[in-house]
Design a protein around this ligand. Structure first.
Ligand code: GRF
Length: 196
């Protein structure tokens, strides 16, 4: 379905492979989105270089330099709005999103998490799944609400855990699926929003 490009801001904390997948999908026209800005919450985030290579406007913030989480998030909202963002995609953003961002983008924030939610919320989800003896693991794109990894599920992909596979090995295979799933799931959300 061809829909007008939605303006999307991406928040990252690290490597940025899911961010890259969203940027490339938008460049290739398979995601009807314009990535208007990338905001990183630390100076070591590798994804910043990737965003720069794609010519995306970048902001690197240091949350502890703000007087409170609210001040930090108010500034994130100011930046997102200044770039015209209508949607926010969290891509390896390692912070719980609070009221300033949630209220500025109601039902317009999405996240990707490396588990078959509602199972294994929080950190090290792949390790949690393996330690629980799961033979299948997966990833989930979901809407973001005030609880961690708890908003409405948009799409999931699952893969089998291979015999003897380490957490690192299965996580690497899962990341490939994450990078495929995120653009498709965001496109689904954007199409649904246009249908209303
Ligand atoms: C991914 O596993 C994602 O599901 C989780 O954090 C990781 C981020 O990886 N939320 P990347 O920075 O997108 O490469």
């Amino acid at each position: 379905m061809h829909i007008p490009n939605a303006k999307v801001g991406i928040l990252i904390s690290g490597r940025g492979s899911n961010m890259k997948a969203l940027i490339e999908a938008s460049e290739h026209g398979v995601l009807n989105a314009e990535i208007v800005t990338v905001i990183a919450d630390n100076t070591d985030a590798k994804g910043v270089e990737i965003a720069a290579q794609h010519g995306i406007p970048i902001h690197v913030l240091i949350p502890k330099e703000f007087s409170s989480k609210k001040d930090y998030e108010d500034y994130v909202v100011t930046l997102l709005k200044a770039h015209g963002a209508q949607w926010v995609a969290l891509a390896g953003y390692m912070r719980l999103v609070g009221p300033p961002i949630l209220e500025a983008f109601p039902n317009q924030i999405v996240n990707i998490h490396p588990s078959l939610l509602p199972k294994y919320k929080g950190l090290h989800a792949q390790k949690q799944a393996l330690e629980a003896g799961e033979s299948v693991i997966g990833c989930t794109v979901h809407f973001v609400n005030a609880q961690m990894d708890a908003g409405e599920i948009i799409m999931q992909t699952q893969i089998p855990v291979l015999p003897g596979e380490s957490v690192e090995e299965v996580s690497a295979r899962l990341l490939i699926e994450e990078n495929r799933l995120y653009p498709r799931a965001l496109q689904k959300v954007l199409e649904a929003s246009c249908a209303h």
